[in-house]
Design a protein around this ligand. Structure first.
Ligand SMILES: Nc1nc2c(c(=O)[nH]1)N[C@H]1C(S)=C(S)[C@@H](COP(=O)(O)OP(=O)(O)OC[C@H]3O[C@@H](n4cnc5c(N)ncnc54)[C@H](O)[C@@H]3O)O[C@H]1N2
Ligand code: MOO
Length: 398
């Protein structure tokens, strides 16, 4: 039977996944969250015509001929407006951010004016200068940020007078390493043991998006212990297991979770690396069973987990290969699995990204993988390509 294609597998993984519910968070906690709905300003900014400079509020007609000597009739500060109206031949001392007094239409900056005996001599001024008109920044009711935008636009939200914002709840992700041989980093290693590394690499993948990913330890290769796996309340939205996804009797993730009610959707995908990758549902919870080889696991996470998280956050689809690059070395024809070649790239003088696959594509090689900055995507049965040919890539974000 033909293996499931990556596209079909991804479609199945995303089936029924919708943005999670909204929650209100304080503006201080809204950094790098995803808005659950469009956010409109609740006021007009600036709320009044404001001075952009320290100087003197004047009437343009009075400074048409320079120098002009004007009577100083008061002061306007930020937060304390001048309450009167400026008449002919008059000026008001004004500070940056202060409301422009009625009657004034120009600010003469203080560097170009001299105050003397209750009067001010304006030596230079241009009609209408240095005033920020009401609403120049945004209007009450104007949509400032749309649903999909995340990141650090906190200033904007705050200036629109939101103390709290509706954001999409972050998906919770439990990361469970499996295997009798894997031990936590920093352990005293026994003769047949290796360090559990994948989970920590995974946590970096959706930085910002996940936030609530938690390392859930290491499960032994013991099917009976599955009742202690993090599948029960408070169940994560996604359980990510590492290892034990392949075909040997000791690869027990699918079997162990069947005891917990797993409805397995698929157990193999036509991709390289990462053929043994599991996906299924435990009630509302999703299981993504990643292969144990670190590079396979991280690539499967890029291909399946990141789009899941984005879908649950209500962000536009991510993880799809879009950018193009140019091959720095010829490639042989691809086999019948979608191939994700680990590659290093350089930018040429004309702005082209030139990519070369790493010499070894073994999916257990972590050190080599860390030198890669992108993946070259090879579709099933893609033909051999010469140096200089265009290819699709998936750049790594960090
Ligand atoms: N007869 C077959 N054998 C294998 C097949 C196959 O199709 N037929 N597929 C191979 C491929 S491809 C992969 S990838 C691996 C995936 O196997 P598992 O998901 O069952 O992973 P394990 O066997 O548990 O481990 C594989 C490898 O990765 C190491 N590992 C496991 N967990 C971690 C961790 N948290 N951090 C770092 N390294 C980890 C583990 O020690 C093994 O060396 O199966 C092939 N076999
Ligand atoms: O596909 Mo395995 O995931 O090659 O190493």
């Amino acid at each position: 039977m033909a293996l499931l294609s990556v596209d079909e597998a991804l479609a199945r993984v995303l089936t029924g996944l919708a943005p999670l519910e909204a929650e209100q968070v304080s503006i201080a906690d809204a950094y790098e969250r995803v808005l659950a709905e469009d956010v409109a300003a609740t006021l007009t900014q600036p709320p009044f015509d404001a001075s952009a400079m320290d100087g003197y509020a004047v009437r343009a007609a009075d400074v048409a001929v320079l120098p002009a000597t004007l009577d100083l009739i008061g002061e306007a500060a930020a937060g304390a407006r001048f309450s009167g109206t400026l008449g002919q031949g008059q000026a008001v001392r004004i500070f940056t951010g202060a409301p422009v007094p009625d009657g004034a239409d120009t600010i003469a900056i203080q560097e170009n004016a001299e105050e003397r005996d209750g009067r001010v001599v304006v030596k230079e001024a241009a009609s209408g200068r240095h005033i920020r008109p009401r609403g120049q920044d945004f209007e009450d009711g104007q949509v400032l940020l749309t649903r999909a935008r995340s990141s650090g636009l906190g200033r904007c939200w705050a200036s629109a007078n939101h103390a709290e914002l509706p954001v999409t709840r972050k998906p919770t992700v439990a990361i469970l390493a499996t295997g009798d041989e894997v031990v936590p980093p920093g352990s005293e290693l026994g003769p047949d043991q290796i360090v559990s590394s994948v989970g920590y690499g995974l946590a970096g993948l959706g930085a910002g998006a996940w936030g609530r990913g938690r390392q859930s330890g290491i499960a032994k290769d013991d099917r009976r212990a599955s009742s202690r796996w993090p599948t029960r309340a408070p169940a994560p939205d996604i359980l990510v297991t590492i290892g034990g996804a392949s075909v040997g009797e000791r690869d027990l993730v699918a079997n162990a979770l069947r005891d917990e009610g797993l409805k397995l959707d698929f157990a193999k995908v036509a991709m390289r690396p990462g053929k043994p990758v599991l996906f299924g549902r435990l009630g509302a919870q999703r299981l993504l069973g990643l292969p144990g080889n670190p590079v396979s696991a991280l690539i499967c996470a890029q291909v399946f987990l990141v789009p899941m998280l984005h879908r649950m956050l209500g962000l536009a689809e991510a993880g799809q290969p879009e950018p193009e690059a140019v091959l720095g070395a010829a490639l042989p024809a691809n086999g019948d699995r979608q191939n994700y070649l680990r590659a290093m790239s350089v930018w040429s003088d004309d702005g082209t990204r030139v990519v070369r696959p790493l010499p070894s594509q073994d999916s257990s090689l972590v050190a080599a993988f860390t030198r890669a900055d992108c993946l070259i995507l090879r579709t099933p049965n893609a033909p051999a390509l010469p140096q200089g040919a265009a290819v699709k890539i998936i750049p790594f974000s960090d």
